[in-house]
Design a protein around this ligand. Structure first.
Ligand code: EPU
Length: 341
């Protein structure tokens, strides 16, 4: 049953906790309701915004259209062979709930992606990633519905054109499809990814060594690290990393490194180096900065926070100041990872 509501506050539905109003609002819990909705003549022309957990959006104004909150549930094992299991999850499934389901059942591959806020349907949009693993490494396919025609389509890995925090759904097909479910390929025999950042150190602190290493232990280590650095949106509004880590030329990187020898960098291919925006922002003096309700998180400068009553515009203004100062100091352009609406 479709229940289309008017003038709904979006404050509980975005992790930044911004108080913007949706002209129309509907929750979709079944695929059939989506088809019904997309065929309603009175909404065909209406601008639509699809949201999952609202953990990657910054609302800078009221939304004068229809917000569609995807809430399709269900986690099912649909196929398995000697080495893999294939798990299909509804777009509205909470991401971490899916990770826990997999870890609990011994299905390996997602454990490094523990505790990322958001939903399954939003995860492929920006190819979520953390601690050395990206969604695309466990992705098999997804189902999406074309908003204009109501037609259903399966997207393979290649169709999604994944990149660093990128996919076809953020580029060529932006705003055109609603993802309804995603199928993941998990390993029965784990390959452990423990080399990123503090994972190994945290495992050692937990008393885990090579002999008792497990996907459960990695998941717990990642949860510990995230909880120690990243603000809990239930306590302080935020959308995780506000910016992407910029990729610069090797020549520019080497020039910067002569000036700033501590500048970290991760080579991508022969001529490109990815540098942590958090480092640049911290060096530009923003770590822990606060102006009114908007701020830069004190433990991770890549995260902008809403201390309570900030508007989307205040956060955006701070983001622009940060971008300008990083550009002035280092000559590097950092761009938002968060979807500004
Ligand atoms: N750093 C600083 N100062 C800071 C933040 C980071 O100097 O304030 C330095 C760290 O010391 C380290 C480097 O930057 O040398 C990398 O830091 P970290 O491992 O915390 O990762 P990140 O590059 O800042 C990325 C993702 C995060 C993800 C972590 C861990 C992006 C945009 N962000 O952050 O993703 O959790 O790696 O894999 O790629 C998210 O997307 O919302 C998110 C939180």
């Amino acid at each position: 049953m479709l229940n289309i509501q008017s003038y709904v506050s979006l404050k509980p539905y975005n992790t930044f906790g911004i108080d913007a109003i949706a002209r129309y609002w509907v929750t979709i819990s079944h695929e059939n309701d989506l088809y019904t909705l997309l065929h309603l003549t009175e909404f065909i022309e209406t601008t639509k915004l699809i949201i999952g957990g609202g953990s990657n959006i910054l609302l800078c104004q009221n939304f004068d259209g229809l917000v569609i909150k995807m809430n399709i549930q269900g986690i099912d094992l649909i196929r398995e062979d000697d080495s893999h299991v294939y798990i299909k999850a509804g777009a509205g499934v909470n991401w971490h709930e899916l990770v826990q389901f997999c870890v609990h059942n011994g299905y390996a591959g997602m454990e490094n992606l523990s505790l990322i806020p958001g939903t399954v349907g939003a995860a492929p949009m920006q190819n979520i990633g953390a601690y050395g693993v990206e969604l695309e490494q466990v992705f098999e396919s997804l189902t999406a519905v074309h908003i204009a025609s109501g037609e259903k389509r399966t997207f393979t890995h290649a169709d999604c054109a994944f990149g660093y925090r990128e996919s076809v759904f953020k580029r060529e097909l932006k705003g055109q499809y609603v993802i309804t479910d995603v199928t993941f390929q998990l390993d029965k025999h784990p390959t452990f990814h423990t080399r990123y950042g503090a994972i190994q150190e945290t495992l050692t602190e937990m008393g885990v060594s090579e002999s008792n290493l497990s996907i459960k232990a990695i998941s717990e280590a990642v949860i510990r690290i995230r909880q120690s650095k990243l603000p809990d949106p239930a306590q302080i509004g935020n959308a995780g990393s506000f910016f992407k880590n910029p990729e610069i030329s090797k020549v520019q990187f080497e020039a910067l490194q002569t000036q700033y020898p501590a500048l970290p960098g991760y080579p991508i291919g022969d001529d490109v180096v990815k540098v942590p925006a958090g480092w640049l922002i911290e060096q530009a003096g923003w770590k822990g900065y606060r102006s009114g309700g908007a701020g830069v998180h004190a433990k991770q400068s890549l995260v902008l926070v809403n201390y309570g009553n900030a508007t989307g515009d205040e956060i955006l203004h701070l983001a622009k100041q940060v971008q300008d100062s990083v550009k002035d100091k280092f000559g590097v352009v950092i761009s938002p990872e968060v979807n500004v609406i």
